[in-house]
Design a binder for this molecule. Sequence first.
Ligand code: UDP
Length: 259
Amino acid sequence: MARRRQIYEGKAKILYEGPEPGTLIQYFKDDATAFNAQKKGTINGKGVLNNRISEHVFTLLGNIGVPTHFIRRLNMREQLIRQVEIVPIEVVVRNVAAGSISKRLGIEEGQQLPRTIIEYYYKDDALGDPMVSDEHILCFGWAGQDELHEMADMAIRVNDFLSGMFAAINIRLVDFKLEFGRIWDNDFSRIILADEISPDGCRLWDMTTNEKLDKDRFRRDLGGEVEAYQEVARRLGLLPEGADSAVLDLETHRKKREK
Ligand code: UDP
């Protein structure tokens, strides 16, 4: 008999039915994909680190009044979250040119943008998540005008908070992706922050060396993916000093015992 019902499997996470109605369990895998899943691989221990990093960030955002789906972390790879109706839009916030904006518009990577930019992408794997404007979002009813404003306002708040948080540990928040969901209360819905915030969906550069501490290490075959994710966790104070790999060692140990 299955231990619990799987609701959805994505590229980096699995969602299971939660213990109470309106809740889900979000399981973080080690799988990594890039370029619309054309490149696939595993980053050993990534799920453990992303679970912990995302818990930390969502907790801090909750503390400053940003509503999120996060309830609590359950174990090394799982967290309890509120079930939402996902808005099919990826909201990307950019402070520094990198990745697709550099390629599309010929702007040198690393150039500080004159102002923060918000972009929207329609979540559709078959179409390769095309960039869309607010006109498309409203026209096709992916989100309403009020929802769009709420998402943009929240994205800016998250950016301001995270830029400061990362700057304090000598990391530049170049860009990142957010996802939002709707929570229904009878006929009314509100928008809350969903998914995860981790080096999988952010560009994080060391402020002194410009070293990449994010998924670009995987996308661009730079190597040292786990070490980079661990470094982010370590600087955030999530790994004990001098015992950087303790979390991962523990899990390896547990797996061996279970065999
Ligand atoms: N991003 C993401 N998921 C996606 C596309 C982008 O998390 O499906 C993140 C990515 O990690 C980066 C930011 O959004 O931090 C901007 O990505 P970009 O548009 O430059 O695309 P990419 O270069 O990753 O293809």
